[in-house]
Every structure is written in C-alpha cells, then in structure tokens.
Design a protein around this ligand. Sequence first.
Ligand code: FES
Length: 118
Amino acid sequence: MAVGARHAPLPARFLMSSYYDKHVFFCCNQREPGATCCNNQGAAELRNYAKDRIKALKLNGKGKIRINSAGCLDRCDEGPVLVVYPEAVWYTYVDRHDIDEIIDEHLVHNRIVERLKI
Ligand code: FES
C-alpha cells in the first residue's frame, strides 16, 4: 500500500469465487413455546430437510452449497426466515414444498422465488 493511501486493493483471493457457491442460513432461534421465533414455526426440521435434500442431490461441499443454522437474524415477525448468500436474498417459507422450490429454483437454477422473497 502506498504511503498515505487510505485503502488498499483487495487481495486477489477476495476477488475470486467464494468457498461455497451458495451459503444458506436458516434462523433456528428458539424462544419459549408460543413466542415469536423461527424455531416455533418448524425452522430446524425444515433446515434438516434442506440439508438432507442438498446431500441427496450431491450438491453439498466446497464450491457447491452449504446449509447452516443461524441464531436470530432479527426479522422475527417475517419468519421463519432464511437468507442465501452471496446474493443476500431473504425468504420465508411454510413447508417442504416451499423449501423444495427454493432449492430447485434458486439454489440449482439461480432463479429467485419471488413469491417467498421478503
Ligand atoms: S427468531 Fe428468526 S429472525 Fe428472529
């Protein structure tokens, strides 16, 4: 970095593709029964379903897709929620049909599912 320069260019490794092609975070925050939180609306079960389905499709791993749990993502009233990076597209969902659509359309074919987007 030049003396006096305030910003250095990003190293080349940050300009290349990310470790995962798609990184999906399911909020699985658990509050007391009846309280507003993603896990009281089936988040963990549907995260497991998504994880199993991605594995069955052999799409898991480096350079492919990763499904992760997250704590509260602070969009509780819109939940359950998940977010897909690097696009930073947020979704809500109700059931396996919604998860299948997010997997088949967004994760596999790079098409945003407008009806579930928040
Ligand atoms: S509990 Fe899921 S966003 Fe807050």
